[in-house]
Design a protein around this ligand. Structure first.
Ligand SMILES: [Fe+2]
Ligand SMILES: [Fe+2]
Length: 475
């Protein structure tokens, strides 16, 4: 078998061709990655040619090109955002010092943990989404799913590059383990909870890409501030791709709402049974999916009070969202932040040291950003003349992590007894009947330009292609 020329095979701006040790590590890892893709990547997709965007440079004007390719032949590039050789650490105890291009020995374990935790989410989402291609509502949507899948694969490459380049033998072992854990596997699950949940249908998929990929955005933004320059530069470029993932989620849900609103107006009804009989997803079901995905995702930010979060900030490994734009001293000593806890049957705010509350700070930034998109969904309803409004639940609703885990709360923030919770949970979270109904709508639509009954067509095609473009060719 001819050796692969990795510097050609892997588009990159990291001088891959000149780093023998890195090449050797990748030569070992790359076939394992392809095995993983064949084994647990998008089901039944091996022969399909997909109209994909491939990152080819970091030039903002022309960083990608589009063409029909088989996904396993996708060129999983390695790109770092252009660095600034003068960049200084701008927060924490090392503020003002030069950024690091090598891993400082004393922070090695924490940095590796941060990179592995981020890296683990990338293949996990591909695994979670692997059956969705069998029931896509259109070729346009199928292509977007596959686009996201290959880019999550590239994000895995981005983290593996850091592990191989900067962490030697234990980095290589961690890189291998990233291909061995499996989403939802009892014995060897993915690291974070939300990445072990199933993504069984397209409503879940759009919710996942809206809410959970947005968690990715906030984590990547916090890592893009890192004093470890290769991590900052890598994550900065990943954000370029992440924007599209969130767009798929936000526009996907908007199109579902648009279609439902249209049928509500045609039938002059908001009766759930009649709307379901008409083959569209009723708004209360969409609300329950929001409640679920939102609560599972905000858990990803971790415990409200966290000494790890403080350490990561103090040592310069992980900043805050838009650290540079904040007007404070970027040291945060002696400052406090309000977090919620349940005391004597009441939710109360308490002040905790700011550095220990940085998970909560990032969660609150995330919440603001998520709410804005839900308001844009409400505008679709408003425009259709429908009074129903969607909203995110209270941040203490249905939490599994931190001080609020175990608190029983309604979506609007009322503390409940176990009995009250049990009596209402099906009204607030997707019930088995909801999930079965949504599943019953799923079925592939593969004719160019056609869409499933439950979703409106997009306003515009990918890369300005026409409405009946063949985004995926089945061979
Ligand atoms: Fe990603
Ligand atoms: Fe993503």
């Amino acid at each position: 078998m001819a050796a692969i020329n990795y510097s050609e095979k892997i588009p990159n701006n990291v001088n891959l061709g000149e780093d023998r040790a890195l090449q050797r590590a990748l030569e070992q890892w790359q076939p394992q990655f392809i095995n993983w893709w064949d084994d647990i990547g998008p089901a039944d997709s091996a022969n399909s040619e997909v109209y994909l965007r491939t990152a080819i440079s970091v030039d903002p004007q022309g960083w990608a090109h589009f063409s029909h390719v088989k996904m396993r032949d996708y060129r999983w590039g390695i790109f770092l955002h252009p660095g600034d050789s003068e960049r200084r650490i701008h927060f924490g105890d090392h503020k003002g010092e030069k950024v690091w291009n090598e891993v400082p020995g004393e922070y090695r374990a924490n940095l590796r943990r941060i990179i592995v935790t981020q890296g683990d989410t990338e293949p996990a989402s591909v695994e979670q989404q692997r059956h969705l291609g069998l029931t896509a509502p259109s070729l346009y949507d199928l292509r977007n799913l596959y686009q996201i899948n290959v880019e999550e694969g590239r994000h895995l490459w981005a983290m593996v590059y850091l592990l191989h380049k900067h962490f030697g033998r234990d980095g290589r072992e961690e890189a291998e383990a990233l291909l061995v854990r499996r989403s939802g596997d009892e014995n060897n699950p993915r690291i974070l909870g939300a990445f072990n949940e199933a993504t069984p249908d397209w409503l879940s998929f759009f919710m996942f890409t809206y809410f959970t990929d947005r968690d990715g955005k906030f984590q990547l933004c916090a890592l893009a501030e890192s004093a470890f320059e290769p991590l900052a530069r890598t994550t900065r470029f990943m954000l370029t791709e992440e924007a599209h993932h969130m767009f798929v989620g936000e526009s996907g849900i908007a199109r579902i709402i648009q279609r439902t609103a249209q049928r509500m107006n045609e039938l002059k009804t908001d009766d759930v049974g009649r709307l379901r009989a008409a083959g569209v997803i009723d708004l209360p079901t969409i609300q329950r999916y929001i409640n679920f995905h939102y609560s599972v995702t905000i858990d990803l930010f971790g415990a409200d009070e966290s000494s790890n979060a403080a350490t990561f900030y103090n040592t310069g490994l992980k900043g805050r969202y838009e650290e540079a734009k904040r007007a404070d001293d970027h040291m945060l000593q002696g400052q406090t932040y309000k977090v919620l806890e349940a005391r004597d049957g009441q939710l109360v705010e308490k002040d905790v040291p700011m550095r220990n509350a940085l998970n909560e700070v990032l969660r609150d930034d995330y919440i603001k950003d998520s709410v804005a998109g839900v308001e844009r969904w409400n505008r679709v309803l408003e425009k259709a003349g429908i009074s129903f409004r969607l909203r995110v639940p209270h941040k203490a609703f249905h939490r599994q992590i931190g001080a609020l885990s175990g608190v029983k709360l309604s979506p609007d923030g009322q503390l409940l007894s176990d009995a009250q919770w049990n009596a209402n949970a099906d009204a607030w979270l997707p019930s088995p009947q909801d999930r079965a109904f949504v599943a019953s709508l799923m079925g592939p639509v593969v004719e160019p330009g056609k869409f499933a009954n439950w979703i409106a067509p997009p306003a515009m095609g990918v890369n300005r292609q026409s409405a009946d473009f063949d985004y995926v060719r089945f061979n």
